[in-house]
Design a protein around this ligand. Structure first.
Ligand code: AHG
Ligand code: MN
Ligand code: MN
Ligand code: MN
Length: 336
């Protein structure tokens, strides 16, 4: 139970300042700005249904998805907050066709970080009052500071991330993030608008008994995935496992970190690369999972070593307890 005796997120960031590889304080300010945006979005999510924030926005996004009002709202809140604080030179978002170059006072190019984000993850759950989330990924730009930001600054391997995190708007609102020195979770006390350290040094068990996958697509899965699902269901040893799938990546991952488990969004005949986006869903979650002692793969190799080629590219995603992901990879390898 996080109480006032627990450290606040603000205090934690200051304490950890020396941990940050670039102790300029800018990364701290960047994470603080995401903290503010998270509180604003959380307030709106918790009123969904009471205010006109549910339902379709009436536009299709670059993904070919019907944007939900909360997709658009969350996207605007995070973008405006990051621009107002003038701490990044560029932003990429699931809800934006292309990246946004930030024109600050000196054209914004003097800033050295870019942010990639999924402003509202699990949109299909908004109207049915099931947990949703936000995912963010932070890189140091690779092109010279002072020059206009380019796509190259966003198309970086996951292993270059300087920080990544997610916010889960669930029974409580939590912000979980890493800067490469472990994973820490903070719970929002909405009465005073303060995040308190509630889950220090989060670790995922090497083995688990939960598997998360949309089995409705079973007939379209590769044989290795079909074999792994059957493996999870066999009556043998500690199996059958429990099937839990919320349809919100952040919520499924958060539960699996706390309890142990594997989340799979595999290739299918209708989506040969799966559904999840590499840059602002798979890479940030992979960074967090690896920092918590887990594994994140595309079924064959490490997610964070994939060389990105486009902003919204999709990759298959096998993520969670190390030994469960390794087992799933062994089934995939049989048919490579
Ligand atoms: P988003 O709402 O940001 O588009 O992401 C939804 C993703 C992920 O959160 C979830 O696990 C998955 O889509 C669910 O997809 P299916 O409904 O195809 O299972
Ligand atoms: Mn979407
Ligand atoms: Mn998403
Ligand atoms: Mn989304």
């Amino acid at each position: 139970m996080a109480t006032e005796k627990n450290q606040t997120l603000g205090e934690f960031i200051i304490d950890k300042q020396e941990d940050f590889r670039y102790s300029s304080g800018e990364l701290s300010r960047l994470i603080n700005s995401l903290r503010l945006a998270a509180k604003v979005v959380s307030h709106q999510v918790n009123q969904a249904g009471l205010v006109d924030i549910v339902g379709a926005f009436g536009k299709e996004n670059v993904q070919g998805e019907q944007q939900q009002k909360l997709d658009v709202y969350a996207n605007e809140v995070f973008i405006k907050t990051l621009i107002n604080r003038e701490i990044v030179c560029g932003i990429a978002s699931e809800e934006e066709d292309d990246f946004i170059a930030i024109k600050g006072k000196n054209n914004g190019n003097e800033n050295k970080y870019v942010v990639l984000m999924d402003p509202l993850d699990g949109s299909s759950n908004i109207d049915v009052n099931v947990s949703v989330g936000t995912i963010f990924s932070i890189y140091r730009r690779v092109t010279p500071v002072g020059t206009p930001v380019t796509k190259e600054d966003f198309l970086q391997k996951g292993e270059n991330q300087v920080a990544a995190g997610y916010i889960v708007y669930g029974s409580s609102t939590m912000l979980i993030y890493t800067t490469g020195n472990g994973v820490n979770g903070f719970t929002l006390n909405p009465a005073i608008g303060t995040f308190y350290l509630s889950h220090p040094d989060m670790k995922i068990k090497e083995d688990g008994k939960i598997y998360s996958i949309n089995e409705g697509n079973y007939m379209q899965f590769p044989q290795g995935v079909k074999d792994y699902i059957k493996y999870c269901q066999e009556e043998e040893g500690d199996r059958p496992y429990t099937s839990r799938y919320i349809g919100s990546l952040v919520s499924d991952i958060h539960r699996n970190i706390l309890k142990g488990g594997i989340y799979i969004y595999p290739p299918s005949t209708k989506a040969p690369k799966g559904k999840l986006r590499l840059l602002y869903e798979c890479n940030p979650i992979a960074f967090i999972i690896e920092q918590a002692g887990g594994k994140a793969s595309d079924g064959y190799g490490r997610i964070m070593e994939i060389e990105p080629t486009e902003l919204h590219q999709r990759v298959p995603f096998f993520c969670g307890s190390k030994n469960m992901v390794a087992k799933a990879e062994s089934f995939m390898a049989k048919y490579k």
